[in-house]
Design a binder for this molecule. Structure first.
Ligand SMILES: *Cc1c(COP(=O)(O)O)cnc(C)c1O
Length: 314
């Protein structure tokens, strides 16, 4: 039985061979005995160009997890989250002894912005959009309501590329906003650990002071840069995954929530059942009777759909 991994929202595709060749060329000529250039300016500059924001508005990190860690540590006080959401927020808050205030999403998974802004003493508000594990985008107006409070807010935008909703323009108006993105999903680089944040230059230089000068290894930084220079094939994979997501959702409508990401939350916990078929999905220990599937290749998705159909029939 071939095992299928649809549990971590990874991209089902490795990077193209042509890009691997470019990367190998870099590996062959690298001076591994030398430290990276302080602050990894070349990566920052590439991200500044790619996002159109300029390098002053960018910070990079070992996965966006590291930026979450840094921001939650820096907050040093109450953190507001909206469950069900990404579990790393509470993980880091607990590490630093920061109290987590949970203002759960409403029944339709929309943000309860009115309730969030009542927590005037909060040091950080974390909004995940599109949200993991529910898969939906958070409405722009409710995000603005939160930002109007003036409290520092992180918008975790890890699934941005699959969603078609860009919140970057909000950075112009709100200097308390930090948007986080990652190379782990759309860019197929989960194993390389590269993420980045976007915010106003003042906040970015303040955060950069908390960062070690050699915060990332040269290979991860270089491969991220190469991916930015070769966005065409990345975009093709994004389009493929989005069209597969739409197809899988239409096949599983009765048992799945719609999604703006590369995954679907199921209305049942099929973790154990699918494991017996060699299909590994995500159990959601904090969300009763639900589970989460990652969109894979068409072949993997077909195997998943048949397995679920078989289950629904019995
Ligand atoms: C996958 C994911 C990330 C990405 O984390 P990395 O450390 O960049 O790999 C961040 N936030 C959410 C909600 C995620 O699902």
């Amino acid at each position: 039985m071939k095992e299928i991994y649809l549990d971590k929202n990874e991209n089902p595709f490795n990077i193209p061979d042509t890009i691997k060749e470019k990367f190998i060329g870099y590996v062959k000529t690298s001076d591994f005995n030398r430290y990276p250039e302080k602050g990894l300016p070349s990566l920052i500059e590439s991200l500044g160009k790619f996002t159109g924001l300029g390098s002053g508005s960018i910070i990079a990190s070992n996965g966006s997890d590291e930026l979450l860690d840094m921001l939650i540590k820096r907050a040093n006080g109450n953190i507001v989250i909206s469950s069900p959401t990404f579990e790393m927020y509470s993980f880091y808050a607990n590490n630093y002894g920061n109290r987590v205030i949970d203002v759960p999403l409403k029944d339709d998974f929309s943000l309860n912005a009115g309730e969030i802004i009542k927590h005037r003493d909060a040091k950080l508000i974390i909004i995940c959009s599109p949200n993991n594990p529910t898969g939906n985008l958070i409405d722009r107006e409710s995000i603005k309501t939160v930002l109007e409070s003036g409290i520092t807010a992180v918008l975790d935008n890890a699934y941005y590329e699959f969603s078609g909703e860009d919140y970057k323009d909000l950075l112009k108006k709100y200097n308390n906003l930090i948007i986080l993105r990652t190379f782990s999903k759309a860019f197929s680089l989960a194993g390389m650990r590269v993420g980045y944040g976007m915010s106003n230059p003042d906040l970015m230089s303040e955060l950069k002071k908390l960062q070690a000068p050699f915060y990332m290894n040269i290979l991860s930084a270089k491969l991220a840069e190469i991916m930015l220079e070769n966005y065409g094939p990345v975009k093709d994979k994004i389009n493929y995954i989005v069209s597969e997501r739409k197809r899988v959702y239409s096949e599983l409508k009765d048992i799945a929530y719609n999604s703006d990401t590369n995954f679907l939350m199921l209305k049942k916990d099929l973790y154990d059942y699918l494991a017996t078929k060699g299909i590994h999905i995500r159990k959601l220990p904090l969300v009763k009777d639900r589970s989460r599937i990652t969109i894979g290749t068409a072949e993997e998705n077909n195997i998943l759909i048949s397995a679920i159909r078989e289950y629904i029939k019995v």
